[in-house]
Write a protein that binds this ligand. Structure first.
Ligand code: C2E
Ligand code: MG
Ligand code: MG
Ligand code: MG
Length: 291
């Protein structure tokens, strides 16, 4: 009976927690469109390092928002909300424009970096997407090869026929396509073969303990082999330490992205990181594991 007494209090506590998170959601949804216009959001770039050549010529663009009252709002949180509320098209348009402007600057400086932008499921229902992107590239006088796009398995599964059509158009334009978070969704590599993509990104869940966890190591090794035999490149997401790097080299993983090399950086810091990496890339790999 003692907990019967506690129950009303617990309910009130639970209710209050729910109200707070509901309030937070409403604030995020209310403020996002204006925040985009006022440039409260910004983009950070995380290097993708090529293991074979030990160089970096690409990065992933990740969106950041510091809300005036809420502080840092993680992208996972506000992207999901924007998807449900129909605001995601605004976010995608904003990030594509911002990245294209940055790419144009880098391109003029002779830095030929390919930047990958994440698309949401909803973006892949828009048949105008390829022509919108073509117009954007033209406006910034950029070749299609500087832009890459990342889509999740789930986004493809919602309407495979239409999504494959859109992806095929993008690929024909010369844009690099990757399947993101691979291994966390429903699809198999056999299914991926039907998708017009160049690359699979193995989810961080399989990479983070790869040096200790024999199952994860097997999954990454087998996935890499199979992806290669299907003509796909492999990027490992979320590498944090050198022991994991040695495994990924051993499995002939093509590219690595993770805190081991760098956290996502502002465009200025990314340029600096790139310069340093070019000057001393051997030191990152270390003597003992070079093959
Ligand atoms: P994602 O596309 O899979 O991006 C990789 C996430 O892993 C990023 O989180 C990145 O900061 C994080 N990460 C990379 N290396 C490491 C590591 O070594 N350790 C750990 N702990 N984390 C690492 P972030 O920036 O919080 O983004 C989360 C997700 O939000 C992204 O996952 C993507 O799905 C979504 N997202 C971010 N920016 C955008 C965007 O502009 N548009 C859309 N539609 N989604 C975005
Ligand atoms: Mg991604
Ligand atoms: Mg991912
Ligand atoms: Mg993700």
């Amino acid at each position: 009976l003692s907990h019967a007494k506690q129950l009303p209090g617990m309910l009130a506590f639970y209710q209050q927690g729910q109200d707070e998170s509901h309030q937070r959601e409403l604030t995020i949804l209310r403020d996002l469109p204006a925040a985009l216009l006022q440039n409260q959001l910004f983009v950070v770039y995380q290097p993708k390092v090529e293991l074979g050549q030990r160089k970096c010529s690409s990065a992933e663009a990740l969106i950041r928002w510091v809300h005036p009252e809420l502080g840092f709002v993680p992208p996972d949180e506000f992207i999901k909300l924007a998807e449900h509320s129909g605001n995601i098209a605004l976010v995608t348009e904003w990030i594509l424009n911002t990245v294209a402007a940055q790419l144009a600057l880098w391109y003029q400086q002779g830095k030929h970096i390919t930047v990958a932008v994440n698309l949401s499921a909803h973006d892949l229902t828009n048949p105008q997407l390829p022509s919108d992107i073509a117009a954007l590239l033209k406006r910034h006088q950029l070749p299609a090869s500087v832009l890459a796009l990342e889509v999740t398995e789930g986004a493809v599964m919602q309407d495979p026929k239409q999504v494959i059509q859109i992806l095929t158009e993008l690929r024909t334009m010369g844009i690099e396509l990757a399947i993101d978070d691979f291994g966390t969704g429903q699809s198999s590599l056999a299914y991926l073969k039907q998708l017009p993509v160049h690359e699979v990104k193995i989810d961080r869940a399989f990479i983070k303990d790869i040096e200790h966890n024999q199952d994860d190591a097997l999954i990454v090794s087998a996935t890499t082999q199979l992806a290669h035999s299907l003509g796909l490149k492999v990027t490992a997401e979320g590498l944090e330490n050198r022991a994991g790097l040695a495994k990924l080299q051993q499995y002939h993983c093509d590219k690595v992205q993770g805190y081991f090399f760098s956290k996502p950086l502002t465009s200025e810091l990314f340029s600096e990181w790139l310069q340093q990496f070019e000057d001393q890339s051997q030191e990152w790999f270390g003597q003992e594991i070079s093959q």
